[in-house]
Design a protein around this ligand. Sequence first.
Ligand SMILES: CC(C)(COP(=O)(O)OP(=O)(O)OC[C@H]1O[C@@H](n2cnc3c(N)ncnc32)[C@H](O)[C@@H]1OP(=O)(O)O)[C@@H](O)C(=O)NCCC(=O)NCCSC(=O)C[C@H](O)C(=O)O
Ligand SMILES: [Mg+2]
Length: 271
Amino acid sequence: MLLRHARSLLFLPASNPRAIAKARTLPCDMVILDLEDAVADDRKAEALDRALEALGEGFGLRLAAVRINVEGAATHGREMIALKGTAADYVVLPKVEHPKQVKDVFSVSQKPVIAMIESARGVLAANAIAAGEGCAGLFMGNNDLRRDLGLPDNAGRAGLGLAMQTVVLAARASGIAVFDGVFNRLDDEAGLEAECAEGHALGFDGKTLIHPAQVPVANQVFGPDAQALADARRLIEAATGGAERFEGRMIETMHVEQAKALVARAEAVGE
Ligand SMILES: CC(C)(COP(=O)(O)OP(=O)(O)OC[C@H]1O[C@@H](n2cnc3c(N)ncnc32)[C@H](O)[C@@H]1OP(=O)(O)O)[C@@H](O)C(=O)NCCC(=O)NCCSC(=O)C[C@H](O)C(=O)O
Ligand SMILES: [Mg+2]
């Protein structure tokens, strides 16, 4: 699966073997084995060992990624080196503020890097980060970004709006994938659905997640729905080139391209 087709990208602590086993049973498009904030300092080494073992066993058709620790952390260098030659599809690098951080991880791990944008500096550098060597995608890190911006935890996402749009713009300007941040409220399915819909409308390709119950919601919102897919197929069939009337609206070449992209996404995710 292409990165930009992923709808549901599930984080789990790499130190948790039950979560690793569970991930292999879930319809998520990417599994992200976390070595950073989900793992206590005294379990970092064990988490890396478990992540390498899990990559060896594989995750079926799901994309597999490992989030390593930040540049400067005691384990950062060892983690980058250990991932070289493994089955990881991507390395996720947290708290990126400069393209060189991505380039360095790419050159050591030899894996395409997904950069997490989680600070005011990161947002302001997002364009350069996205355009830099080795960068395959961007993740919003909204928990850390809230802290950096001084936004209250329960304040909704209005204060994150400009940052999210800046990150989407940066990714699109470089033609790379971009994913919304995690939703912390584990028992609020309606809230999750609303946030997925908001992220979809802002232009994110999919959503990063933290619990198995969140996977079907993200798949449903970010997967093309049956109606949109049927519309796209009719539009492709009807289009003859140039401006024309289609079911009461004007369509041109870009609408045909959009419809084809939607069909390709649906085929990629097996809808
Ligand atoms: C948030 C959790 C700690 C909740 O754990 P818990 O209450 O124990 O979960 P459940 O009892 O409901 O679990 C039910 C079964 O599902 C498995 N499980 C739980 N979470 C996951 C998961 N993420 N992936 C796969 N499987 C999972 C349990 O093992 C249970 O199965 P079984 O054992 O067979 O009964 C927990 O959900 C969790 O740890 N989530 C992930 C946390 C994480 O990775 N955080 C880091 C990424 S988010 C982040 O850092 C934000 C970003 O950087 C930012 O700044 O915004
Ligand atoms: Mg973070």
